[in-house]
Design a protein around this ligand. Structure first.
Ligand code: BES
Ligand code: ZN
Length: 612
């Protein structure tokens, strides 16, 4: 008996489920889902089987044929892992769990009509990575356990559902379906409801389970791509324009990494409270609306989530300790796609922004050097609390280092072979290293593989990118320290990413007058590009530039993406002599937190716990 993942109760001696069939009744009036999960095993099993749940009420566990009860027990909740459900099976190949979610289920955000674009209908969506799938359905919530699933979801007739799975049909509810549920058949079959059915035929880790329900519309943007969003014509048109180049990127991806295995590549633009930039849910990537701004950066987020179709979704990290296998490879793959479609300069700029970000994480983790490693030990640690640029950018640097060593053609060939070899598997760092050494004999003599994967900090053979634009921006930022602001002609062709790199390279705090002068000239605090706006506001807070606090408050109340919440709240509460800022932070959080996704709420709460 041993757990196979520090974040799951899944046990090494138990079989892993092969299929889950979900029946879900979405009740907006109570922010609850009443559901059943029919969990299938590869062989008949007798004895204990462990499942993960969080904030779920289990009503009963039954034999799917006789409907007789199967005994089970539930542990008190662990603060990180949730509850350990132990089911006592007797020669079962499948069993049915009847359950309900709770309004506090961490994967689910329920939006009231006034919190949506259209203001007419409610909206609900999931975010299951890293360990939140267990708050939507009972499961072996470890990426080591890949499952196929089907889902029928009962929703109000005016709404529609999308999922990270193939859409099968939209139809009237059937009364016999309610039998598998805790809800009454009159509710299930009401005139006011429809059922949408989905099927995921490829085995995926539970964190890739996803759905959204709302008043959705879509536009066709390519042969295998639609963009979905709330049915607001302006929003749909802007999104369609922003993502018009998607098919080009899919083709580039296929050329670099092999066939696209998921048939469709649809995009869903979520309400502004979506806690990430993007989430690589298979067949249906989820995106923040803040990426729609009419320049190259929206495509960058799509390139990233698309790249996960190979690295992350085909080859998956076995546990979060090996998260860099997902994000480091994907960051490398993203930049190769960006280089192919937007050119080398843009890719180099992204590498530069990442390099700066990586160096900053070293300061953040000064007292927790464990999380500057690629392979981490996350026993007793909440993955949302240690989410950082390290797996992305140090992972990228490691792969880039290997590319420099063996040359691009050889590395491209290696990557294709790696993907073809391990597709639809969940692997760990050692498996990657063994494969690397077997395929690039002698590589361990040229690169200190152990230092890269097990060591803390940034290895000496990591590399700051060089290009004219990059070097020029960094030196302009250095001149700001001496009091010189860039001239209009020097920034004339800057887009968001150039400003982002410039701001990242300025000192953390400067004279208030300098902040004001910079904003006076370039209006950065009003930028429509949140990357720019937030980088600027972060400096404004650290420089105690009170004039800009109104803009800070507004920003914290209109977007829920954690990439923006984290630095702004941290800047407000970190350090001494910050009484006014701390009071502001607490008031804004109290007023805004109903609008944040539960995961974002948790992250802000843990920033407060650390600094207040
Ligand atoms: N898979 C991640 C998002 C994620 C990571 C969710 C960990 C939950 C836990 C996604 O692919 C991602 O990296 N998104 C980035 C996009 C960026 C790197 C272009 C984001 O949200 O900022
Ligand atoms: Zn990613």
């Amino acid at each position: 008996m041993a757990p196979i993942d520090p974040h799951s109760f899944t046990d090494s001696t138990h079989p892993l489920a092969t299929h889950v069939s979900l029946t879900l009744y979405v009740d907006f009036s109570t922010s609850t889902i009443h559901g059943s999960a029919l969990i299938s095993l590869p062989n008949p099993h007798s004895g204990a089987l462990s499942l993960d749940t969080r904030s779920l009420t289990i009503h009963s566990i039954r034999d799917p044929i006789s409907l007789s009860s199967i005994p089970y027990s539930i542990s008190p909740p662990d603060p990180i892992k949730g509850c350990h459900v132990t089911v006592s099976l007797s020669n079962h190949t499948s069993f049915l769990v009847l359950y309900s979610t709770s309004p506090s289920s961490s994967a689910l955000q329920w939006l009231l009509p006034w919190q949506t674009f259209n203001k007419k209908y409610p909206f609900v969506y999931t975010q299951c990575q890293a360990i939140h799938a267990r708050s939507v359905f009972p499961c072996q919530d470890t990426p080591a356990a890949r499952v196929r699933y089907s889902c029928r979801i009962n929703i109000p007739r005016q709404l529609s559902a999308v999922m990270s799975a193939r859409h099968v049909e939209r139809r009237a509810p059937l009364s016999q379906e309610a039998a598998a549920l805790v809800c009454d058949s009159s509710l299930w079959c009401s005139e006011e409801r429809v059922v949408e059915e989905f099927e995921m035929e490829q085995p995926v880790p539970p964190y890739l389970f996803a759905f959204a329900v709302g008043e959705l519309g879509f536009r066709e943007v390519g042969p295998r791509t639609r963009v979905y969003a709330e049915a607001v014509p302006g929003l749909l048109d802007d999104a369609a324009r922003e993502f018009a180049g998607t098919e080009d990127m899919i083709r580039q991806g296929e050329q670099l990494f092999g066939p696209y295995e998921w048939e469709r590549f649809d995009l869903l633009v979520l309400p502004p409270s979506f806690p990430y930039g993007g989430m690589e849910n298979p067949r249906m990537v989820f995106l923040t609306p803040t990426v729609i701004k009419g320049d190259a950066s929206g495509a960058q987020v799509v390139a990233h989530e698309l790249a996960h179709s190979w690295t992350g979704n085909l080859i998956t990290n076995k546990t979060n300790d090996h998260f860099w296998l997902n994000e480091g490879f994907t960051t490398y793959a993203e930049r190769r796609i960006v280089e192919a479609v937007q050119g080398e300069d843009r890719a180099t700029l992204n590498i530069g922004i990442g390099w700066k970000g990586l160096n900053e994480e070293m300061e953040r983790f000064q007292d927790k050097m464990e999380f500057t490693k690629l392979k981490t030990n996350q026993e007793g640690v909440d993955p949302d609390d240690v989410y950082s640029q390290v797996p992305y950018e140090k992972g990228f640097q490691f792969l880039w280092r290997i590319e420099r060593q063996i040359g691009r053609p050889a590395f491209d060939e290696f990557l294709k072979k790696y993907i073809a070899t391990f597709k639809f598997q969940s692997i760990d760092t050692q498996t990657f290293l063994d494969f690397l050494k077997a395929n690039i004999p002698g590589i361990e003599k040229d690169i200190d593989l152990e230092l890269w994967t097990e060591g803390t900090g940034i290895p000496p053979d990591a590399y700051e990118p060089v290009s004219n634009i990059y070097t020029n921006i960094v030196s302009l930022a250095n001149e700001f320290k001496l009091g010189r602001m860039p001239r209009e002609d020097e920034v004339a062709d800057w887009q968001g990413q150039e400003w982002e790199l410039y701001l990242e390279n300025l000192p953390k705090s400067v004279e208030t007058s300098q902040v004001l002068a910079l904003d006076e000239r370039y209006r950065l605090s009003e930028s429509k590009d949140y990357e720019v706006k937030v980088a600027f506001l972060q400096m404004a807070i650290s420089s105690k530039c009170r004039d800009k606090y109104g803009e800070v408050e507004k920003t914290l109340k209109e977007v829920g993406r954690m990439k923006y919440l984290r630095p702004l709240y941290t800047a407000l509460v970190q350090g001494t002599g910050k009484e006014e800022e701390k009071i502001l932070a607490e008031r804004v959080f109290a007023e805004a937190c109903d609008f944040y996704h539960p995961i974002a709420k948790g992250v802000v709460a843990s920033i407060f716990a650390k600094h207040l």
